[in-house]
Design a protein around this ligand. Structure first.
Ligand SMILES: C[S@@+](CC[C@H](N)C(=O)[O-])C[C@H]1O[C@@H](n2cnc3c(N)ncnc32)[C@H](O)[C@@H]1O
Length: 238
């Protein structure tokens, strides 16, 4: 059982979809020695722990101090060597590269700028279209991948699968969907469904969504485009 205080995201089907995709990516015999893995937005550390069990050297990042403490505790009681750092996406690992990057970022569309959100809703609030964190990850990941590195990112198809694929390809990665799972809305989406439908972001009466895992592989020699705005956004939390 994972330690999970109330303010930290409870592992759900997006967590397990990502963890399963990671297991398949690493293969039956696990990670080759020295495989470096980064998890962005680790929460309880569930995916980071699975990666460490598979033999990866894991760095896990979360913006929430409570999540960082929780993931550290969960790793400690299992005797798994996971380095857990607090910060905004890639900021705590600014100069580091990884063989694998995994992320289950906030992806629920809402009116609030995720940078202004505090408390437990920081786990799901993702701004208009639900792509604020996703787009930052897609743009920045190539800089942090080794030449044969792989990114796995999970989100709802409501955020736009094509947008993720286009964004990753524009950043110089080869990208495709490697897992899908249809499920009923959780409590946050149930509360927002009427409002999202009124704005044309959901079909009338829609109460299900499809989760997808997108895999993107670095194309050797291409480190992606990086704009100045992207650099400025890589910051430590206040
Ligand atoms: C959907 S939860 C996923 C948690 C965990 N990886 C899982 O799959 O169960 C998203 C996580 O991202 C964290 N997060 C939100 N914004 C972040 C940011 N800018 N940088 C790092 N972590 C962030 C939240 O605190 C939360 O723990």
């Amino acid at each position: 059982m994972l330690l999970r205080p109330p303010g930290v995201y409870r592992p759900q089907s997006d967590t397990s979809l990502l963890a399963d995709a990671l297991t398949r990516t690493l293969g039956r015999s696990g990670a080759p020695a020295g495989t470096r893995l980064l998890e962005l937005g680790t929460g309880t550390g569930a995916v980071a722990l699975a990666a460490a069990r598979a033999g990866c050297e894991v760095v896990a990042v979360d913006v929430s101090a409570q999540a960082v403490l929780t993931a550290r505790m969960n790793a400690l009681v299992r005797g798994l060597p996971v380095r857990v750092l607090r910060g905004d996406l890639f900021a705590p690992v600014a100069d580091e590269v990884f063989d694998v990057i995994v992320a289950n970022p906030p992806y629920v569309a809402g009116d609030t700028d995720p940078a202004r959100v505090r408390g437990r809703s920081r786990a799901w609030e993702a701004g208009p279209g639900g792509r604020v964190l996703l787009d930052r990850i897609c743009a920045r990941a190539p800089r942090h991948l080794t030449p044969s590195g792989t990114l796995l990112v999970v989100h709802s198809a409501l955020n736009g699968v094509a947008a993720t694929l286009v964004s990753l390809r524009a950043a110089g990665l080869r990208a495709s969907v490697v897992a899908r799972h249809r499920e009923p809305f959780g409590p946050v989406m149930r509360r927002r469904a009427a409002g999202l439908a009124a704005r044309g972001l959901l079909g009338p009466g829609q109460r299900h969504e499809e989760l997808v895992v997108v895999r993107a592989d670095r194309i050797t020699g291409h480190r992606g485009e990086q704009d100045e705005e992207g650099d400025a956004r890589e910051r430590q939390p206040a």
